[in-house]
Ligand binder design. Structure first.
Ligand SMILES: Cc1ncc(COP(=O)(O)O)c(C=O)c1O
Length: 356
């Protein structure tokens, strides 16, 4: 604590991102990155964007990408907002829609950036316990005071809510913001986009970091009513005029155009996820039913922290969350088939050494 720190800094509890490692030989299954490279069309677009135009500022309004995303999702271009990763879109959404003095709700086990933003922007919150099977308790989100936010599928559990439940949550919060973070929706679950026609309190956030292999370029977006998108633009334009750089813009448009590559890689990850689930179960793990690109797993005999550490000693990173409600679980990102093969080889050795 420093006397020069503002109240805002004093009340922060910064998010701790998953470890990024340098050097050869690591298998990284800890930050839900995509194991496949970005589409070849992205590389072409990046090459073409490497011109002397880089001396200029990018467009303040990334219109080309907004239009491409609007076509993809069958909405109008003024229903799309683009930000520097969905983390930025989420931060802007906290500022744009949640009000100090009103209490918002999010799940007790969820993306740990939400409590961080809530602290930063002075928003009171209730953490809503999950059901015994780790699914979200939809009814507990009805009639909130200041609005709700949750991922669908949820992270780190991977469990998705039905469209019917999403509709009820939106309808039971009329006049209050309902933010659905669809970071993982391309890997499973129903998108809430069709509900936008009926609910103007709904905002859906998306990212190109996971299903489009572009975590390194930081592209996130939101889809909502024109009024909600205007609110996000008002925040963004009071903060930083150029949140999307020229290269990210070119790559984002190219990625949206290459739907074949997108489908092929997403389907490959879903296939590997389902195979991996069976393999985990065959060596005694409990595995939650995931609609995302990761599995949340628990072994009844081996402490998760120990597994996390032993795997790291073998240059394999998975994610362990040390909070009491998640400390017995590991979140394992779905890698390529080769990476998962090497991961399971090491895991089998650890499990048999522990249970012998
Ligand atoms: C639920 C959820 N939302 C949002 C994000 C942020 O994604 P990005 O800022 O890369 O778009 C993540 C990343 O792990 C996430 O798990």
């Amino acid at each position: 604590m420093n006397e020069l720190w503002s109240g805002m800094v004093r009340r922060t509890d910064p998010y701790i991102p998953g470890e990024q490692v340098n050097g050869e030989g690591w298998i990284k299954l800890n930050t839900n990155e995509n194991p496949y490279r970005p589409s070849p069309m992205v590389f072409e677009a990046l090459q073409q964007a490497l011109t002397s135009d880089l001396r200029k500022y990018p467009e303040s309004d990334p219109e080309k990408l907004r239009v491409a995303l609007a076509e993809l999702h069958h909405v109008s271009a003024d229903q799309v907002f683009i930000g520097n990763g969905s983390d930025e879109v989420l931060a802007f959404s906290f500022m744009a829609f949640f009000t100090p003095g009103k209490t918002i709700r999010f799940p007790a086990i969820t993306y740990s950036f939400y409590p961080t933003y809530a602290a930063l922007f002075n928003i009171a919150y209730e953490r809503i316990p999950l059901q015994e099977d780790f699914a979200l308790n939809a009814e507990a989100f009805y009639q909130s005071d200041g609005g709700v936010i949750f991922p669908n599928p949820n992270a780190p559990t991977g469990i998705a809510l039905s469209l019917e439940s999403l509709e009820k949550i939106a309808g039971e919060n009329q006049g209050r913001p309902v933010i659905i973070d669809e970071a993982y929706i391309d890997f499973g679950g129903d998108t809430a986009i069709p509900l936008l026609e009926r609910f103007d309190n709904l905002l859906i956030t998306r990212t190109m970091s996971k299903s489009r292999s572009l975590a390194g370029l930081r592209i996130g977006y939101a889809i909502g009513s024109v009024t909600m998108i205007e609110a996000l633009n008002r925040i963004k334009n009071s903060f930083n005029s150029y949140t999307i750089d020229q290269l990210a813009l070119a790559a984002g448009v190219a990625s949206v155009k290459d739907s074949d590559y997108f489908q092929t890689t997403v389907q490959a990850i879903i296939r590997t996820r389902e195979q991996s689930r069976s393999v985990f179960e065959s060596v005694g793990f409990k595995v939650l039913p995931s609609a995302a690109n990761f599995l949340f797993v628990h072994h009844p005999d081996i402490p998760a922290e120990q597994l996390h550490k032993s795997l790291k000693d073998k240059q394999i990173l998975v994610r362990h969350f040390s909070k009491p409600e998640t400390e017995e679980w590991l979140r394992v990102t779905i890698g390529s088939d080769d990476e998962m093969g090497m991961f399971f080889q090491q895991l089998f050795d650890l499990v048999s050494a522990w249970t012998d």
